[in-house]
Design a protein around this ligand. Sequence first.
Ligand SMILES: *Cc1c(COP(=O)(O)O)cnc(C)c1O
Length: 463
Amino acid sequence: MMNDIERNDKEYVWHPFTQMQEWVAQPQMIIEAAEGIKLIDSDGNKYYDGVSSLWVNLHGHRHPTIDKAIIDQLGRVAHTTMLGLINVPASQLAEELMAVVPKGLTKLFYSDDGSTAVEIGIKMAYQYWQLKGATKKQKFVTLANAYHGDTVGTVSVGGIDLFHRIFASLLFESIQAPCPSCYHCKLSSDPKQCGMACIDEVEKILAENHGEIAAMIVEPLVQAAAGMLTQPKGYLKRLRELTEKYNVLFLVDEVATGFGRTGKMFACDQEDVSPDFMMVAKGITGGYLPLAATFMTDEIYNAFLGDYTQQRTFFHGHSYTGNPLCCAAGLANLQIFREEKVIAGLEAKIEAARIRLAAFTQLRHVGEVRQQGLMIGIELAENPAKRISFSWDMAIGAKVCKKTREYGLIIRPIGSVVVFMPPLSSTVAEIEHMLDIIYKSIQEVTETDQTQYDNQDVAAVLI
Ligand SMILES: *Cc1c(COP(=O)(O)O)cnc(C)c1O
């Protein structure tokens, strides 16, 4: 029976990344509350939040430290503008963030979400070269299958055909380098022996075009939205070396990987990389409120300095830039990292996941299992030995994720990749339990006759 909440949602609300014709035709789950890493629906059922509420939640829901920080800040002020005024939490958070980001990053610009943080990086990189007099350096290098957000600028540096193709004529031009995923490699017949052929392609692009290239932008270590595509060890570090060699700015999009997801505070830390720009968002408030930051070096910041008549100002800002409630949540997030020794506690969880995941490759329809810290993708395949994918319209990943709900776990697929990205606060036992549910669901769905499934019945979990 449909209640008012569901009826109103279906009457008025357009959901993100959702085919609404199918959404409104089926019963949908309403989340009313949450407790730790579990979500509670309107019937009182509890489900593991196995994708961290789309990659944002770190320490579970209703964590007392973050709850209290927001309530305390509410007792002072919810929002004041940063145009012409300082606010207390934004100043404090900036200082604390500087202590944890890669060395060399010394300034930050606040915004509201990953897309805006990337837009700011792109616009600043562009303006930097204009200010420097290198006015021909206007293009961006990006990776095939890249995802940097959904606004027009970030789609311009995106490479996911399904999302981005239709907007092609609306976008600025970017140069696409090959995707460094070994499983999907198109360059080498034996990626293990190729000596990173994909990086040679990047060097070729930079060598031939650096006079016109403003920057290269990458998702470090994992192209998450592309289906948790992991990169070869050393790839990120080589990119940094090449961008330096060819005088191209290096923008690292840590929106998904930042704040512990890969096992260290930032993915850059895994390869000791110090970029020119770093963008963070999703985890910055522990998954509570929308906030983002674009970090940059002194070299970038100083290039914009001058008196106002020179018009070197960065003319950009958002209504809620540096919102005090969000920054208070950000401060509480970092406090939890310190007090609960979150990073040190990750190793055992990552290892437990690795051991459980090893068994997945024995499943008949698992092509590749990818893991970087607690970012995990299980790619399903019709025929793993021959690398034959499931046909897209079978919605095989969506069927698996629908099945896991029956066992009390909410996750979302990307095509035929089952994505698992639990909150960092999940215990070893909880991670094992969630992976057991995924294992069982993959087995049940992929090893039974597909004709018994209704392909239209997966709107809630289909991309
Ligand atoms: C999610 C994501 C974005 C976009 O962030 P939003 O907050 O959804 O705008 C950008 N880059 C990466 C790598 C992401 O995963």
